[in-house]
Design a protein around this ligand. Structure first.
Ligand SMILES: Cc1cc2nc3c(=O)[nH]c(=O)nc-3n(C[C@H](O)[C@H](O)[C@H](O)COP(=O)(O)OP(=O)(O)OC[C@H]3O[C@@H](n4cnc5c(N)ncnc54)[C@H](O)[C@@H]3O)c2cc1C
Length: 325
């Protein structure tokens, strides 16, 4: 039987695996996709906001040729760390539910059952986009993940949202020759957009290269156009592609099946856990990484979430010894 099964092979799941394994525990990671699956889905040429040392896990230096690492640098770094630590990875295996109690859990996946004494849930947030809740949202040209601009050269593209992802997508699409219209629910580009990106976008809007509609909401999406309601009335905007970059949220149904309760005091519905140990109200079940913030997906990221691993490992190792005694 495993001492600990980690659900999710993101940066934080990997950090949890190596820290618990270094304490002498029997550890495996189960991951529904590829290693660091979320990062694979990020924009192709994406540059991290963090400098490399803030993304490091397990004390392994993160060498990069750039001041800020690129997506490919991170993909390479995390797979090297996983191999160097000889982590046990069960990739392309999805966790469905959890039965039993601490010391004797059974994790059910789409491929079978895994017995384990403890479980760390590091499932992130990137799989479920926040819906707009408008007709036409399911049309094939409506996307919630932006990869690269080149297929949109000379095309009318609508970007919905005013945070970092939308800001970067709007700028990149424009520079690659797409005609971008930005739809923003609030009165301005979010102040949370990184300080080196926001002025670039604000200036492109001011010079008319990007059309932006503020205080505007989407009312419907059709095959070649999108309907919005601006402060001056309804408007139909032609669009061959719509990027609805309105954020993501954790899989609350899965968290429920794992017996993790949301904090009733927290409007982000973050899991209820002891901040000193990251143990949830279900003994033996821990949370780590972005999932700890619930719908507040920017509360925990790699920089700060990676430290959950040491906290959990320091607490779990003696607990496992007690369980085995
Ligand atoms: C474009 C972009 C840029 C970013 N830049 C930065 C940055 O510069 N610095 C920074 O610190 N953070 C950054 N972040 C945030 C950061 O990437 C996330 O916070 C980080 O991925 C969190 O790591 P995690 O391990 O908690 O979750 P994830 O990396 O999301 O990993 C969760 C894993 O769990 C798996 N999983 C989910 N459900 C199941 C299941 N049922 N069974 C098995 N496996 C499952 C998923 O497939 C996934 O691989 C950025 C995010 C985005 C979107």
């Amino acid at each position: 039987m495993l001492d600990v099964l980690i659900i999710g092979a993101g940066p934080v799941g990997l950090a949890c695996a190596l820290e618990t394994q270094r304490k002498g525990l029997q550890v495996a990671i189960v991951e529904k996709g590829a290693l660091v699956n979320s990062i694979i889905g990020y924009p192709t040429n994406m540059e991290f906001f963090s400098t490399p040392e803030l993304l490091e896990i397990g004390g392994y230096p993160f060498p990069t040729a750039h001041y800020k690492p690129l997506r490919e640098d991170a993909l390479d770094y995390y797979q090297r760390v996983a191999r160097a630590e000889k982590l046990t990875l069960r990739l392309y295996e999805r966790v469905l539910k959890l039965d039993g109690e601490q010391g004797n859990f059974t994790v059910t996946t789409d491929q079978g059952e895994i017995p384990t004494r403890n479980v760390i849930v590091a499932t992130g947030f990137y799989d479920l986009p926040n819906p707009l809740g408008v007709p036409g949202e399911d049309l094939p040209h409506v996307r919630h993940y932006y990869k690269e601009p080149y297929e949109h050269v000379g095309q009318e593209v609508v970007v919905i949202g005013a945070k970092n992802s939308s800001a970067k997508a709007a700028l990149q699409l424009t520079r690659a020759g797409a005609h971008v219209t930005l739809i923003v629910r609030g009165p301005e580009i979010s102040q949370s957009v990184k300080y080196w990106i926001r002025p670039d976008l604000v200036n492109r809007i001011a010079e008319g290269r990007i059309t932006a509609h503020f205080n505007t909401c989407v009312t419907a999406i059709g095959p070649g156009a999108i309907d919005v309601l601006t402060p001056d009335g309804p408007l139909t905007i032609p669009s061959s592609c719509v990027y609805a970059l309105t954020g993501y949220h954790p899989d609350e149904a899965l968290l429920g099946r794992l017996g993790i309760e949301p904090d009733p005091q927290d409007e982000a519905r973050a899991p209820l856990f002891n901040p000193a140990t990251h143990e949830t109200t279900r003994p033996g079940v821990f949370v780590a990484g972005t999932v700890c913030g619930g719908r507040a997906t920017s509360r925990w990221f790699i920089e700060n979430g990676r430290h959950h691993a040491q906290l959990i490992a320091a607490y779990l190792a003696p607990r496992v010894a007690t369980l085995l005694a």
